[in-house]
Ligand binder design. Sequence first.
Ligand SMILES: NC(=O)c1ccc[n+]([C@@H]2O[C@H](COP(=O)([O-])OP(=O)(O)OC[C@H]3O[C@@H](n4cnc5c(N)ncnc54)[C@H](O)[C@@H]3O)[C@@H](O)[C@H]2O)c1
Length: 337
Amino acid sequence: MDCCIVSALCFLIPVYLLVHFVCFIFADADFTLLLASLAGHKPAEAKLRGLVVWITGASSGIGEELAYQLARCGSRLILSARREDELNRVKRHCLENSDLEDEHILVLPLDLLERTSHEEKAKTAIQHFGHIDILINNGGRSQRSLCLETNVDVYKTLMELNFLGTVSITKQVLPHMTQRGTGSIVTVSSVVGLAGAPLATGYSASKHALQGFFNSLRSELTDHPKILISTVCPGPVQSQIVKNAFTEELNKPVTTVGNQEHKMPTSRCVRLMLVGIANGVKEMWIAQQPFLLFYYAWQYTPTFAWAVTNLLGRKRVQNFKAGLDADSAYFSKPKTS
Ligand SMILES: NC(=O)c1ccc[n+]([C@@H]2O[C@H](COP(=O)([O-])OP(=O)(O)OC[C@H]3O[C@@H](n4cnc5c(N)ncnc54)[C@H](O)[C@@H]3O)[C@@H](O)[C@H]2O)c1
């Protein structure tokens, strides 16, 4: 009998490990999020239907796609970013591709850097639908510049935009949620909110600041168990982020945007985010391999993580200095045209 159990275990344990390994190789999210996507609530079901969702940075990339997928789920939307014409374009697309009607989507132009306007904007947002169920802090900008060459004003603006702008909007919405006793605040951080990457010293610092802020806030809200504080940490995703990144000087544009096709499709990233929101996931890691491996390495084997960081980091700097997009050609020789 004992012999049978041992034989069975000798067979089952390697099979179990193999299944995990294969799943991991093809995984594009952490295990909690993957489990939620396989066995949890589906975003399009009652979970998100009818909820009022305020999205910042809704005029392009991840925020734009969030608007489209949430509209198809039947959520009512408040769309914010700086450019009203772009927000109206996103609204039109939402209306054409969902059952929503004009009054279900509010376009609310907002600049995250103009903190004095945030109280008024939040009042308008809350009054329009009577309440807000979910705030998605998505708006932000990245960076492509070496620390040695970067003006301190760039660091200041990155912190003002990505960190303080997000904190400011959150502080306007949080009292409303604590009064109601329910709500979700979802913040788009980044893989560089957990780890570090060259050419992104200021961007990474701003995302680390967000991680610290929201991890601490979550632990302050234990008396409000129905308020979800969730952070999303995507790896490279297709969007306008490189085109819009800060460089070494505030108003100097990025010269080489490069091809974004090797990055995770925006629709997949957003799909996983909505699964996470529908299932109350507090931290979401979303990235294709080998980047996902990097998250686990940083968490569990920092020495190995530093070796990988140096390897990929050196390539990033080489690409950048060769005039290529920093993210391109990680695994081949950089070629300049
Ligand atoms: N794309 C990626 O690879 C990636 C990876 C990790 C995290 N992120 C994060 O995802 C979020 C969305 O970025 P994206 O990739 O869609 O890039 P994106 O450039 O396409 O979109 C950024 C959005 O933020 C808005 N925005 C910028 N400055 C603003 C300001 N001052 N006030 C109001 N809105 C402002 C833009 O108008 C745009 O709507 C960002 O927080 C970014 O840091 C992106």
